[in-house]
Write a protein that binds this ligand. Structure first.
Ligand code: 1CP
Length: 344
């Protein structure tokens, strides 16, 4: 099947394919025993930058679940590592930075690196994507590339590691807007270089993860964040999905003035309401509650059917979770959701 007819790509263009396409955020890794086996003895970021390993981990959930897309196995901080920023992913914790970026002089230090360095260092990313695409092409399955949005990256970089409220990044925006815009502009170019490497090697769509955008007030999102996110993905040659958790209060702004073909919605906002907020020119993606992956099948099945019914109110719908697959998820449940969506 030609890739352009793939249900995911059709839905992102606004068509309604015969079956609703489905993939899962964080489908690669964590919940799969075959992933945990491959990862033994290899640090997360080393795995991301080892082409054979990253390609194989990307393909595992596609083979197992029969989802409508692969999502490239990598991490939002990989392009920062490629830009020479000292970062590690600590097991059970997440990204941790040796030198947090807290003030104007820290910002001047990081932005001194030309984002072009990311493109120059992205050989292992291109190689892994090319290997995945070579295998997926045979089945007409597209690969989704991704990057972190500037705010979500800053939430880690300014804090120095994972945080609940992202207080330091949110303070910097308004306490020192000049440093904030310098930093966010640089992060935008770094993520864009990472996306371009994946697209150049064959990714057929991309998702921009602004996972923590929901911690922002709508006017703050508009003034300090949206322009930088838009710059990261404007005029790319493939469709863009823009995702964040808790973005209901400013959902229409997640369209990035129409640059996003689709907006990912978390489990808090019913998709028919999301569709009304997004209007007729945007596809919705979502929004199965990850908590229900652990519920008895009849409960989960009724929920998935309700999500699909509400998704019918949008111009088109890509079925997904409202956030990532929890690590303790029984992978058989994900396969069953794919079978349900494809059987309707
Ligand atoms: O050792 C391990 O297995 C570490 C766990 C892990 C994995 C499997 C991390 C650390 N990152 C990843 C892969 C990853 N990260 C993918 C590819 C897999 C897929 O989607 O199927 C993607 C898309 C990401 C993106 C990512 N990293 C996001 C955005 C997505 C989201 O869930 O909101 C975020 C916020 C991160 C940061 C991060 N990296 C890792 C962790 C544990 C975290 C979150 C830390 C926190 O809670 O703040």
């Amino acid at each position: 099947m030609a890739l352009s007819h793939a249900p995911l790509l059709r839905a992102l263009r606004g068509d309604r394919p015969e079956t609703t396409p489905v993939w899962f955020m964080r489908q690669a890794g964590r919940s799969l025993p075959e992933y945990r086996e491959l990862r033994v003895g290899t640090r997360m970021l080393d795995a991301c930058l080892t082409p054979d390993l990253a390609a194989e981990i990307t393909l595992q959930p596609v083979r197992r679940h029969g989802v409508d897309a692969g999502i490239f196995f990598s991490d939002i901080v990989v392009p920062l590592r490629l830009a020479g920023v000292e970062v590690e992913i600590e097991p059970g914790r997440g990204p941790v930075f040796a030198d947090p970026v807290r003030d104007a002089s820290d910002v001047a230090r990081v932005v001194a690196t030309d984002p072009a360095e990311v493109a120059a260092a992205a050989g292992p990313v291109r190689e892994a994507v090319a290997a995945v695409v070579a295998e997926l092409d045979a089945t007409g399955t597209p690969l989704i590339g991704f990057a972190g949005a500037p705010f979500t990256l800053a939430a880690y970089l300014v804090e120095g590691g994972p945080s609940k409220e992202h207080l330091r990044a949110r303070a910097m925006m308004q306490a020192d807007p000049e440093s904030w815009h310098r930093l966010a502009g640089w992060l935008s170019r770094v993520s864009r270089a990472f996306l371009e490497a994946q697209i150049g090697a064959g990714a057929a769509a991309v998702q921009l993860f602004d996972s923590w955008a929901g911690s922002l007030a709508p006017d703050v999102f508009r003034a300090f964040v949206a322009p930088h996110s838009k710059a990261a993905v404007a005029d790319l040659p493939v469709p863009v999905i823009h995702f964040g958790v808790g973005t209901g209060p400013f959902l229409a702004d997640m369209r990035l003035d129409g640059v996003a073909a689709a907006v990912g919605v978390d489990w808090r906002l019913p998709l028919d309401e999301a569709a009304a907020l997004l209007g007729p020119e945007t596809t919705v993606q979502g929004n199965i509650d990850p908590a229900l992956l652990g519920a008895p099948w009849p409960v989960l099945e009724a929920h998935v059917r309700d999500v699909l019914r509400r998704g019918g109110a949008a111009r088109a719908h890509v079925l997904n979770l409202g956030h990532g697959v929890p690590p303790e998820t029984d992978p058989a449940v994900l396969t069953r959701i794919v079978e349900l969506a494809h059987g309707l």
